[in-house]
Design a binder for this molecule. Sequence first.
Ligand code: ADP
Ligand code: MG
Length: 691
Amino acid sequence: MTEEAPQKDLSKIPVESLKGVGPSLQNKLLKIGIKTIEDIVFHLPYRYEDRTRTSPIGSVVTGGAYLLEGRISEIKIIYGRRRSLLAFLEDPSGRIGLRFYYFSKRQQQNLDRLEKVRCYGEVRQGATGPEIYHPEYSEATIENEESKNLTPIYPSTEGVTQSRYRKIVSEALSQLHRFPLEDLASESSSTNLTTSIRYLHQPPADAETDLLNEGRHPAQKKLSLDELTAHQVRTRLLREELKTLKASKLSIPGKLYREVIDAFAFQLTNAQKRVSAEISEDMLKDFPMHRLVQGDVGSGKTVLAALAAVHAHENGLQTALMAPTELLAEQHFATLETWLRPIGVKVCLLTANVRGVARKELMQKITEGEIDLAIGTHALFQKEVNFKNLGLVIIDEQHRFGVNQRLALRKKGAKENSSPHQMIMTATPIPRTLSMGFYTEMDVSILDELPPGRTPVKTSVLSSDRREDVIGQVNFACQAGRQAYWVCTLITESETLECEAAEEVASDLRKRLPKVSIGLVHGRLSSQEKNKVMQGFKKGNINLLVCTTVIEVGVDVPNASLMIIENSERLGLAQLHQLRGRVGRGSEASHCLLLYKKPLGTISRERLDVMRTSNDGFFIAEKDLEMRGPGEIFGTLQSGELRLKIADLQRDKKIAIESIEMATKLLAQDTEKAKRLVKRWVLSEDKLNLA
Ligand code: ADP
Ligand code: MG
């Protein structure tokens, strides 16, 4: 006999080759991203149920889930507040109610007819004693005896029942012996990948259900390592690929650069010196910079943008600075214009509000290279805008932008095989756990020092019952010449409602505080209107600014030293921290009052306590991650950047560290193998190459 046929791998075998998978099922599977047998194999259960043995009905405890067997002793319809069907299941040890709120006549007759019923469900304390609501049930026959394995429950099998899906999985697993999975991450380890996969799809009856349900079983750890290594490898391959792009190589910063620094009314902080040097050094290279600058609110990131733009300008290159809101773009324009005009850098503002002739003229200037620094919102990156010589793209507060916009941007300046340098500034600290090469392919700089003379913001957490006192405090502060923000937030996504709430609060406060000059900004005002109010607040003509969360990013009014945030329990910690960063920018001691509506749950209380006791953005981000899980923090950004199927960076911290070494080893040994690993775990739309 000769050797076996050359190995085909499971990623090349389509699902329709499995027994029982026709076009309709194939389509349904496609909807949940399953195309190949490999996809099935790596689509893992998220939970397990123990249906391996029946329990005596008399032994059940509320809260537990059981497989029970017995006969139906009574069946009736209960006409209560809500009509329900109630059947009693009985065995020699006791009886239990099976309750159905949704039921049909047929179901009722069917239940009545069954000789012996086997059912599974969670036991609750019901009106008649222990009850199971909507149990899964079937006739107990000899063929459908207790299952031999723990029952896996799969995530999103939309349109395919769990039991049907389990059959497909069995079919897929039966292919494994012919095409064993390539053990990429660690060959030395005792359990191999194929065994672990089998185990996780069909754990034996004596497997530890709790361990499995917590995701801490060795088989799961094995797969987590595989997955995290895949993400590590992907990040590194991306970085390598970025280095193959070409960029304009700048010469070292010159006279103008030093002039701007000298002209600032302040000394750069050490962190600003360090990070600005990192940025300049990046741009001395002939491949594009991809740097993420993380700096807490108020750490002075705008200075870095200014310096980088000057550096580009000294080399005859244009810079585009993109802000997430018009308000911010306008503010950046005002600041940067003041700093840079004196040294001859031509700055312009391009937002959706610049229309008609003015817009045309501006476009032309950009195209002809008469503008050195163009500041704007995403309007900057529409097709009609053509830079003559775009050398640097700066994005402020990138969590507001989607990944797609970032990619569009990457392409924007890319000409003849050359891409602009790119710098992203964010005030949302990425928890250290996530920044270890899992989150981004960019180089990361951390601006971890606030300019001197700031007093930390003192934060208090108050029930909204104390609103009267709070209004008194606002009155007092404003009369004393200080300024305050009153932030209105709502739980709904509706911007309209949020604006209405802000309008209501503003008119109420105007009535009660006649001596205080009150302004209002929200997302539905035109930017001229917003601008007028903001300017008034900046100049001190307005004492109290009632606003929605539009104020969240970047607004800078150093004299504002009091902030009230309503419904603070509903906001994420990162967002609260951002908002709070609007105060504490001057030398005056600042206060932030977090109002909440009673009753406050334990977790909400803990979360607000984090805000009360810490001003450290990194610490807060880490806590936020612990309390909510990474997906929620970064929202769309997170889901766009990092989709983990089995690993959990919080739970699997140790494995994450291990995967870093593993990736290094793997890449050194066999790049092709490493790429196969990436293909296995990283969704196919996240293509490896950047094109
Ligand atoms: P952020 O990092 O939140 O964008 P900004 O760039 O808006 O912070 O800076 C916040 C404030 O601190 C601004 O008023 C800015 O002029 C000021 N600032 C920046 N750098 C320094 C510094 N080195 N010393 C003193 N003030 C500074
Ligand atoms: Mg800023």
